[in-house]
Design a protein around this ligand. Structure first.
Ligand code: ATP
Length: 267
């Protein structure tokens, strides 16, 4: 086996139901990515090429990775993930080789989605601090993007929180020429995210998710997820005194566990 086997997540298990508060970003990504992957014949019939590259642009923790995984899963496409900073190899030519391998593998296993997280870190603008490695990675990425055939059923989704820091050549037509803004959620968006992240929890009646959504201005999806997890952990800590860790947890203790308002306030 090769040491640098591409990191592949076949059939990521995230669905659109796991995503809240992204407004029409989900619809946009479905139209740009899912539709052509599922029904390339539509585009062939009309004589237009579906997008090869889409940029998801927004602050950290807003759900860019989540959305890329969901669209891969829902399109029944294979998912190949590249973390920008991780691909920077130490040996000469290593990063480019890894990129080539991933694109090749994705082509073989099409329909595929290649997700490049933090693309600004590997493909910065010329005027940004950019060294020899970055220059070669950009050149390789351009070659690979240009080499993708529309019929190949491979879409590259890149994520960044600094879209204007990316090399302009990558954003030309036929490359990353579509952009979807993934914004900070509004109050109804945060409410939707809370519903998602508490859906498996036994909530006490005093928990007011509407009030929580109201009081969490500025929180992004990752913050809402952390809030729910912390509240649940607080509920766990409350029952700890009733538990002997060496023994099984009595079923009445388990059944009686609730996540209360207090737990959210502590979170
Ligand atoms: P980064 O720019 O830091 O890579 P990101 O935008 O890719 O962030 P994700 O990694 O997708 O963010 O989000 C991290 C976690 O936060 C998700 O696994 C999920 O639990 C939660 N989360 C983020 N955004 C959302 C959302 N819109 N709806 C529901 N959960 C979300």
């Amino acid at each position: 086996p090769q040491y640098s086997e591409p990191k592949e997540v076949r059939r990521a298990d995230v669905t659109y139901d796991d995503i809240g508060g992204l407004g029409n970003a989900v619809e946009q990504v479905r139209e740009m990515v899912e539709l052509p992957l599922r029904h390339p014949e539509l585009f062939q019939r009309l004589g237009i090429d579906p997008p090869k590259g889409v940029i998801l642009h927004g602050p950290p923790g807003t759900g860019k990775t989540l959305l890329a995984k969901a669209v891969a899963n829902e399109s029944e496409a294979n998912f190949f993930s590249i973390a920008g900073p991780e691909i920077m190899g130490s040996q000469y030519g290593e990063s480019e080789k890894r990129l080539r391998e991933i694109f090749e593998e994705a082509g073989k296993k099409a329909p595929s989605i290649i997700f490049i997280d933090e693309i600004d870190s590997i493909a910065p603008k010329r005027d940004e601090t950019r060294g020899e490695v970055e220059r070669r990675i950009v050149a390789q990425l351009l070659t690979l993007m240009d080499g993708l055939e529309p019929r190949q059923n491979v879409v590259v989704i890149a994520a960044t929180n600094r879209v204007d820091a990316i090399d302009e050549a990558l954003r030309r037509p036929g490359r990353f020429d579509r952009e979807i803004v993934i914004g900070v959620p509004d109050e109804p968006g945060r409410r939707a995210q809370l519903a998602i992240h508490t859906r498996g929890m036994p909530l006490a009646e005093d928990v007011d998710l509407d009030a929580l959504a109201k009081s969490t201005y500025g929180y992004v999806g990752a913050d809402m997820s952390a809030l729910a997890r912390e509240a649940a952990m607080d509920a766990v800590r409350r029952v700890l005194p009733q538990i002997n860790l060496r023994e099984g947890i009595p079923s009445e203790v388990l059944a009686g566990m609730r996540v209360c308002r207090q737990d959210f306030d502590n979170a």
